[in-house]
Write a protein that binds this ligand. Structure first.
Ligand code: G3P
Ligand code: CA
Length: 308
C-alpha cells in the first residue's frame, strides 16, 4: 500500500470541521467544536460576523432567525428589521451588543438533523473559539487549528465595523501571527484577502464557488490555498478537471467544501468512497459537517489505494 498522500506536501489531508461537527450539534457552538476535536478533526471552522460593539462571533450569517431562538424572545421583537440585500425582515448580529447576543441560544438550522441539543448553547465569540482550540491542543497533546472565515467584511467595514482589526487583534492576543501557526483565514472576497496579506503572515485561503477567472498564479500572490466547491474538482465520470493539478503547480493547497453525510453525491456508493475519491484527486484538506467521516476515510488510506 502506498504510504504517502497525494497532497501538495505529501502530508495527510487536513480534516476541517465545518462549523464544528455541525451535522450532530447546532453549528458554531463550543459543543459543536468540542465534538469535532473529540472526533480527531485537525481544524475547527468558525464563520465570523461582528456585533454592534465590535466583537467577532461565530455565525454563518448576519441574520439570526434560523440558527437561534431570537424569534421567541419578546425583548428583541422590535429589533426585527428589513435590510438591503436580505429577503424579508430578520434580526441582524450587527444590531446586537455582545451582551445581548449572549442571551440567545443556538438551534440546528438544517432539516433532518438532531434538534435535541437546541436551546442549550450560546453563541461563542472568536476569542472563545481560539481559547478552546488552545486549551484542547494542550490537553490532547496535538495542534488543533482554527480556520476562520470572514463573512461580509467589506459590507461590515462600510457600516463602520472594523472587521480586519478585530480579527487580527484576536489572533495576536492568542499568539497567532505567522505562517507556521495552525491558522488559515478564508474569504470569498479577494479584496479582503489582499488587505489581510498586507497586515499578517497567517496563511490565507481564497474561497470560490466557480472556476476562478484569475489565474492560480495570480491567486498565489495573495493566498496560500484555494477553497473550491468540491464539484469543480472532477467530472461526471470522476476524472480530474485539472483544477487541483493547476493549483498545486502554482503552489496552492486545495481545501474543498462541503462533505455532508446527509447530502450524498450519487456518483459514489457511500460517504467513505466519496472522501477517498477527493483524497485520490490530491486535496490537501476538506470541510466536513461530520468530521468523523473524514477521519474514517483516512484510516488505512494511502494515495491512490482507495480502489484496491
Ligand atoms: O468556508 C468553506 C465553506 O464553508 C464555504 O461555504 O457557506 O458553508 O461558509 P459556507
Ligand atoms: Ca465557512
Amino acid at each position: 500500500m502506498a504510504k504517502n498522500y497525494c497532497t501538495l506536501s505529501g502530508d495527510k489531508p487536513l480534516i476541517i470541521a465545518h462549523r464544528g461537527a455541525s451535522g450532530l450539534r447546532p453549528e458554531h457552538t463550543l459543543a459543536a467544536y468540542q465534538l469535532a476535536i473529540d472526533m480527531g478533526a485537525d481544524y475547527i471552522e468558525p464563520d465570523l460576523v461582528i456585533t454592534q460593539d465590535g466583537h467577532l462571533v461565530a455565525r454563518h450569517d448576519r441574520y439570526l432567525s434560523t440558527t437561534t431562538n431570537v424569534s421567541d424572545l419578546p425583548e428583541f421583537a422590535d429589533r426585527k428589521t428589513e435590510k438591503p440585500g436580505h429577503k424579508g425582515a430578520d434580526w441582524f448580529v450587527e444590531d446586537f451588543t455582545l451582551a445581548e447576543l449572549k442571551t440567545l441560544k443556538a438551534r440546528q438550522p438544517r432539516e433532518g438533523r438532531l434538534k435535541r441539543f437546541d436551546d442549550n448553547y450560546d453563541i461563542p465569540t472568536f476569542d472563545e473559539v481560539l481559547a478552546l482550540a488552545q486549551e484542547m491542543s494542550e490537553q490532547r497533546g496535538r495542534r488543533i487549528g482554527v480556520y476562520p472565515e470572514t463573512k461580509h467584511p467589506t459590507a461590515l467595514e462600510a457600516l463602520g465595523l472594523s472587521f480586519d482589526d478585530a480579527l487580527l487583534s484576536s489572533l495576536e492576543n492568542h499568539g497567532y501571527g505567522t505562517g507556521n501557526d495552525p491558522v488559515f483565514i478564508q474569504s470569498f472576497e479577494t479584496g479582503n484577502l489582499k488587505r489581510l496579506k498586507e497586515k499578517t503572515s497567517v496563511r490565507l485561503v481564497f474561497l470560490t464557488e466557480d472556476v476562478p477567472t484569475m489565474s492560480f498564479e495570480d491567486i498565489a500572490k495573495f493566498a496560500s490555498g484555494v477553497g473550491p466547491y468540491k464539484i469543480l474538482l472532477s467530472d461526471d465520470e470522476l476524472n480530474s478537471t485539472g483544477f487541483i493539478e493547476k493549483a498545486h503547480a502554482a503552489g496552492l493547497e486545495v481545501h474543498p467544501w462541503t462533505f455532508r453525510d446527509d447530502q450524498p453525491d450519487a456518483r459514489f456508493p457511500n460517504k467513505i468512497k466519496e472522501a477517498r475519491h477527493y483524497f485520490d484527486l490530491g486535496i490537501d484538506g476538506g470541510f466536513f459537517d461530520f468530521p468523523d467521516t473524514g477521519i474514517a476515510a483516512l484510516k488505512g488510506y494511502g494515495c491512490e489505494t482507495s480502489l484496491e
